[in-house]
Structure formats: C-alpha cells, structure tokens
Design a protein around this ligand. Structure first.
Ligand code: GCU
Length: 596
C-alpha cells in the first residue's frame, strides 16, 4: 500500500510538473459561456501583430482601441467589423475563408461581477492552431496546438463592466508544429470549441482520476488534486448508488490519494455502459461527474475488458460533420457520428488523428464505444527538434488530463504513420513512456510502419522497433488501393515478432457514392465493396489479429484530394458519403462485424 501511494504521488507530480495543469470536467463547474457571435478582423498580413518593419508587437495592435479624438489615426474598428460564430471553424462560415490560412482576430465583450475571494478563469476548449489572448488590452498568453483545452487566470484583470477579450488565431501550418505542414485533413482554423468563464473558490478541485485497479477490480483507486499544494484540506468523494463515501485530507502537494475496496460495483462495458454519478467535495465546492469503471488487461495478443476477451470491431473517425463541411462539435454531432458507428456494428472507434472534443468521448462513455485517442504526431514532423517534442508531450498531457476519467478510452496513441529512423523512435518512445507515466491504467499504441523484404514481397512484417515501447501494436495497410489491386490480398501473409494485441488501425479504399461500375473500376462503390470483401478474407487469416478500424466512417475534406468530379477536395474512403448516404461497402463491414 505504501509503495503504491509513493508511486501515485510521483505520477501525479510528474503530471503536474510538465504542463499547465488541466482544469477538468469544466461543463460541471460554475461556468458562464462566451459562445456566440464574436467580431472579427481578417488579417492576412498579420498587421495586428507586426509593424511595417515586421517588428513583433506581442501586445497586439488590434486591442479594441477607439480613436481618442477626431485626429487620432486608428485603422480598424472591431465593433463595426463582421462576425463569426464561436465555437466554429471559419472555413465553413464564409466562402472566402474556405482555404484561408493566416490570422483572424476575434473580439467580444462581457461584464462580470466577481465575488470577493473567488478566482476567475478564461477557458478555451480548443483553438486551431495558435492563439494569442488579450484581456482589456493586456496580453494573457499564448497556446499552440489545435485540439486541446487551455486557460488563463483573469482574477486580477477582470472588471465589472465592459471587459473585452481579443484573440489572435493563426492556423498557418508550421514545419516544427504538431502536426507539421503536410496532413490529409482540412486545416480548419478558428476558435473551434467552447469558450467559458470558470469561477472557483481560491482553493478548488482542479483535477482528479478515479479508476479500478486493472489487476484487482475490487479496488477503486484514485487521486484528487487541488489547484495549489495546500495540505490538510478535507476532500470527500461520494457515489450514492454504491453507498460509497471516501474522505481524507490532501498531502503537502495538495493531493488526496485513496485506495478503497469495493464490492457491489457494476462495471462499464460496451454492451452495458454503466455510468455512476460521482460527487467530489472540497469546502463549498461540489463537483459532479458521470463515470464508468472497468478494467483493461492484455495477455499475449489477447485484449480483455473486465477480464473478458474482446475483438475490437472499429472504425476511424475524423472530427468533421460532412454534411456541414465543418468541424464537428457538441453532443448532437457526437450522437450522429457515433450513432453511425453503432449502426455499423462497432464496439470501438479510432478518433483520428488528434484529440476530439469532449462531447465525443463523453458520448462514447454513454453509448459503450471503446476509444483510441490520438495526438497529431503525424507523418513527417520534426522528430529531431526538442521544441516539437515538448509540444507533442504537452498535447499528450492535455489530452490525458482532460479525458482520464472516461471509461470508453482504452488506448492513448502517440502518433500515426511516422517514418522509421532513430530520432523518430526516441521521440515516440519518450511519448509512450510519458503516456504510461501520466496514466498507467491504459494501453499505449501508435500506427506503426510495416516492412517487406524485397526478397519475399508477399510477407508483410509488423516489426517496427517502436513496437517495443507500445502495449498494443498497430499498423495501417492499403493492400488493394495504394498497394496493388484487391486480389493481391490473396498472396499476402502477415507476420509479427511481437506477442502483443495487434490492430489494423486503417485499411480502406475510395468510392464516390452513386458512382457505379464493375469491381475493378476505381472510384466505384463496387470497387470499394470488392476491396473490403477481399480484405476480410485476408483479415480472417491473421491469427494474431485483435481488432480492426477501417479508414473511414465518412468522406472527409482534404486539400490533397483533387480529382475533379470524383474527389473535389474530398477524401472518398468513407463508408458513408458526404451527404450521410451508406455506400455498398458499409454493409460489407456491417455483415463482417456480425460474424466477429
Ligand atoms: C493514411 C493516413 C490517413 C489518410 C489515409 C488516406 O493511412 O493515416 O490520415 O487519410 O492514409 O490515404 O486516405
């Protein structure tokens, strides 16, 4: 017990030491929404950030100033400018912004009477890609990374009336960014997720993690972390349905850890996603959360949920609503996308290639869908750049910090299809170790590379050195689309040196819905149907296969997909079209999943 407490403390501190500690479960806190119409200034030359000599003005020029007198020269006026909806990507809101990559300045005003002794935080669910945030003309700070939350404390800056928030959003792709300049998805820019004001007591519960001991499901373990390292603070956890009360005091780091025997808990699982209402108390603060509890273990290439073996019947999903041609967000979009996955017969979804919004993972909890969550360490990022590594690690920390209480998430993925070389192996090994350190209760994976010896071109080896550091090995394969024709699958044997669960994390082919022909005519529904029928025969021969997540649920936007009349900037590998129509291949996978 003592060793466990020491380990846990180390774990929590490691988590705290490296990034802005996440304020989790924000929707159940004392919040005020700043969603709605924000005034904007489209700023392709970054006029608001650089002067004409390109001298940076990190305080920003667009600070909502008004001319002091009739002679003063100010060449912008937020309040007379146009508006964009927040949350929302800008690409889908104005035709002229469809391809826009650059800066857009956002501004909105608000009043707020902050009671004495309270703290106030300005919180963003995500901004893609870089955000510089100002309040009442003062720069609060910046955040890089388009898919994780961040916040600034504004306790000492907020005024009762006429506060104004200005955010410079820049979505230009950066060679040293995460992702880098080359991706196969649309570069949606903007304040793409909720903006909230969070009011808390001076000392409050900042984050927590409650989970079952994977090796002993009668043990409920966890920690509760305050926003400061105040010891001897009373903390209480209640799960009324279990008649469970756990209480204690924080240690010198402001953390309360516990390890409690429990008996009558109904565990969360895909066909029975049992969620409990959990209450956490500190002082006057009452936090409520809906949580499921389950174990996840592996043995060889077998995967177990609650000690029962499971085959992952998955699908990959981008965070996009194809009918709207926009970023997905909110419970309705989550219900649509995950409802399609359920209709397909899935028990598993790979949320590609970046952390999706919180509504998605909470909906997965409710529907009983297992989740592969991923940071956008994608293709050819700068693996030898320490800044890029720090950024990737910060994204991983933010991803885990936000979602560690979601029972649906079983896998943290540290990347996708990255080229095998020493710098990349070190980079992703360190990310994998970091993920285990931040959350030892889940599995770590990545979509690795496959290799084929020229001397024997029909044996496909899953032996990427990265696999040494992963709990679940995975790879993408496109035999029959990028690699030969669908009948090539009949010649191929898969081998792996790893005795670990193995997932085909992508396989797919394109089809334009309603485009028909014979099964060897590319881009037809018949070709895509033939592709999957051939693939299934090959999958059934892979004895060590633990799961599969075809690429992809629905057609999605991509600047790389240009074939006129067929792609028109859409990647057509969806089993569902950009209008929500099921292609023939949808029913092939649906039938296959009924057999697994
Ligand atoms: C890759 C990649 C995806 C991409 C897909 C495709 O495997 O991981 O992001 O969209 O192939 O080419 O359609």
């Amino acid at each position: 017990m003592k060793n466990y407490a020491i380990l846990l403390n180390f774990m929590v501190w490691t988590y705290l030491a490296n990034a802005q500690p996440i304020i989790n479960n924000v929707f159940n806190r004392n919040i005020a929404s700043l969603n709605g119409k924000w005034h904007i200034i489209i700023d392709p030359y970054d006029n608001g950030y650089y002067d004409y000599r390109m001298q940076e003005n990190p305080w920003g020029f667009f600070r909502n100033q008004k001319p002091a007198n009739k002679s003063e020269r100010i060449e912008y006026d937020f309040d007379k400018s146009e508006t964009l909806n927040v949350p929302g990507d800008w690409n889908s809101q104005k035709p002229e912004l469809l391809f826009y990559e650059g800066s857009i300045w956002y501004k909105r005003s608000f009043d707020y009477s902050l009671p004495k002794g309270k703290k106030l935080f300005l919180w963003f669910g995500a901004v893609n890609y870089q955000a510089d945030v100002y309040l009442n003309g003062k720069k609060l700070g910046s955040h890089e990374g388009g898919f994780t939350p961040f916040y600034f404390e504004i306790t000492n800056f907020v005024q009762d009336k006429d506060n104004f928030v200005v955010v410079r959003v820049n979505n230009q792709r950066k060679a040293d960014g995460v992702p880098t300049i080359n991706t196969d998805w649309w570069n949606y820019g903007g304040i793409t997720r909720d903006v909230l004001l969070i009011e808390e007591d001076s000392i409050f519960i900042q984050n927590y993690h409650l989970y079952l001991n994977n090796q002993n499901p009668q043990q409920l373990r966890g920690w509760v972390q305050l926003n400061n390292n105040k010891s001897e603070e009373k903390v209480r956890i209640e799960i009324p349905e279990l008649k469970l009360i756990i209480e204690g005091k924080t240690d010198e780091k402001g953390v309360f850890t516990f390890d409690r025997k429990i008996n009558n808990l109904v565990r969360w699982e895909p066909l029975k996603p049992k969620l409990y209402t959990v209450y956490l108390y500190h002082g006057r603060q009452i936090m409520k959360d809906n949580m499921g509890f389950r174990t996840i273990t592996t043995q060889g290439n077998k995967l177990f949920i609650n000690e029962k073996p499971i085959f992952l019947k998955g699908i990959c999903i981008h965070e996009e609503m194809p009918m709207r041609k926009s970023r997905a967000n909110g419970y309705d979009d989550a219900k649509t996308l995950l409802g399609w996955a359920q209709e397909l017969g899935c028990n598993f979804v790979r949320l590609a290639h970046y952390p999706h919004n919180e509504y998605m993972v909470r909906m997965a909890d409710s529907l009983g869908l297992l989740v592969w969550s991923e940071i956008p360490v994608y293709w050819t990022i700068q693996f030898d750049n320490p800044k890029t590594y720090q950024l990737a690690e910060k994204m991983l920390t933010e991803n885990i910090g936000r979602d560690q209480n979601r029972a649906s998430i079983i896998i943290w993925s540290v990347g996708n299809e990255t080229p095998v070389h020493e710098a990349r192996i070190q980079f992703m090994k360190n990310l994998a170790l970091k993920a285990k350190q931040l959350d030892p209760t889940r599995l770590v994976s990545a979509a690795m590379e496959v290799h084929v010896e020229p001397s024997n071109p029909f044996i496909y080896h899953v032996d990427d050195p990265l696999g040494e550091y992963l709990d679940v090995i995975a790879c993408n394969e496109y035999v029959g689309w990028y690699d030969g024709l669908p009948d090539k699958t009949e010649k191929i044997t898969w081998q792996t040196k790893y005795n670990k669960p193995f997932v085909f994390s992508e396989l797919g082919a394109c089809a334009l819905f309603g485009h028909h022909g014979d099964s060897l005519t590319r881009w037809t529904e018949e070709y895509q149907e033939y592709f999957f029928n051939q693939q299934i025969k090959m999958l059934n021969k892979v004895s060590f296969l633990t799961g599969v997540s075809p690429w992809i649920l629905a057609d999605f936007r991509s600047p790389r997909r240009q074939l006129p009349g067929i792609q028109d900037f859409w990647n057509r590998k969806g089993l569902i079209s950009d209008q929500g129509q099921r292609k023939k291949a949808f029913y092939v996978i649906q039938k296959y999943y009924k057999t697994r």
